[in-house]
Design a protein around this ligand. Structure first.
Ligand SMILES: N[C@H](CCC[C@H](N)C(=O)O)C(=O)O
Length: 272
């Protein structure tokens, strides 16, 4: 069964996008993980599935899956890519994405430049979620991190020298304090308007960029009084501009979206 897919990326955080708006392809977690494998499959950080929207005002329902097959409520870089894909398919400059974390408004600012309203952060311990009632601004973990949710769990360590995320990332991703695991951000403040970030992502490992991680990191940095509400986030793959808007508590994320290629894959060769 030959199925088309789009290969896309946001700052090198890459995706396979499959469109199930008219037909289902039996995309189980096992099949998604096999397709996401960089040696035996197509290869990607996240696998994105489009479904018909079922909430009023939404243009499409988008589901995000990590390379290990686990599902996430949010994926900022992929959200920008889906918005650009809708534009390529004849949509206008504005679209609304239905996600597990809520409705996201997206706007094409210029070709390949997209702003997504990621909605408000969730800052309570149950929201992240954490395993017990704890102040999310100072977690009882070495390095005194903060935690926040952008529809997915993020823990942020503020440091002067960024470590190799491969060293501490895997254990922190699965720390007992995070019952749904966590995306682990390592951030260095450069000024009131800029920070450097590397993220060990839940279910995918180190990526070149993490959109929801950039949002959560700016939120946590503002909460700590370290940066202003509009901040540039520099990651290995490039930079995003994040604004945590005081007027409505929403977090806006602006950055690129790229279609690398379109392909087809025979799903019969992958486990169901
Ligand atoms: N690994 C994340 C999902 C992808 C997030 C990242 N790629 C982004 O751009 O937000 C999680 O399991 O919550």
């Amino acid at each position: 069964m030959m199925i088309p897919f789009y290969k896309m990326h946001g700052l090198g955080n890459d995706f396979v996008v499959m469109d199930e708006r008219t037909e289902r392809f039996g995309l189980t977690p096992a099949r998604i993980a096999a397709l996401s494998d960089r040696h035996r499959g197509i290869g990607c950080d996240q696998f994105v599935v489009l479904r018909p929207a079922c909430r009023a005002g939404a243009d499409v329902f988008v589901r995000f899956f990590n390379a290990d097959g686990s599902e996430s409520g949010a994926c900022g870089n992929a959200s920008r890519c889906v918005a650009d894909l809708l534009r390529q398919q004849g949509g206008g400059a504005s679209s609304v994405l239905q996600t597990q974390a809520g409705l996201l408004a997206a706007r094409i600012d210029a070709p390949g430049e997209v702003t997504v309203d990621m909605g408000p952060p969730a800052l309570g311990w149950r929201d992240v979620p954490l395993a017990c009632e704890i102040d999310t601004l100072h977690l009882p973990i070495d390095g005194d991190p903060a935690a926040a949710s952008m529809g997915n769990p993020h823990v942020t360590f503020f440091m002067t020298d960024l470590p190799d995320p491969h060293e501490a990332g895997p254990a922190l991703e699965r720390h007992p304090l995070f019952p749904e695991r966590a995306n682990v951000g390592f951030a260095r403040i450069m000024s009131r308007g800029a920070l450097r970030l590397r993220v060990w992502e839940r279910g995918s490992g180190l990526t070149l960029a993490c959109g929801s991680g950039a949002c959560a990191t700016v939120v946590n940095a503002v909460r700590r009084g370290l940066v202003d509400r509009t901040c540039r986030v520099d990651m290995d793959g490039g930079s995003l501009t994040i604004t945590w808007r005081a007027a409505d508590d929403h977090v806006l994320m602006t950055g690129p979206a790229v279609t690398s290629f379109v392909g087809t894959v025979d799903l019969d060769g992958y486990p169901s």
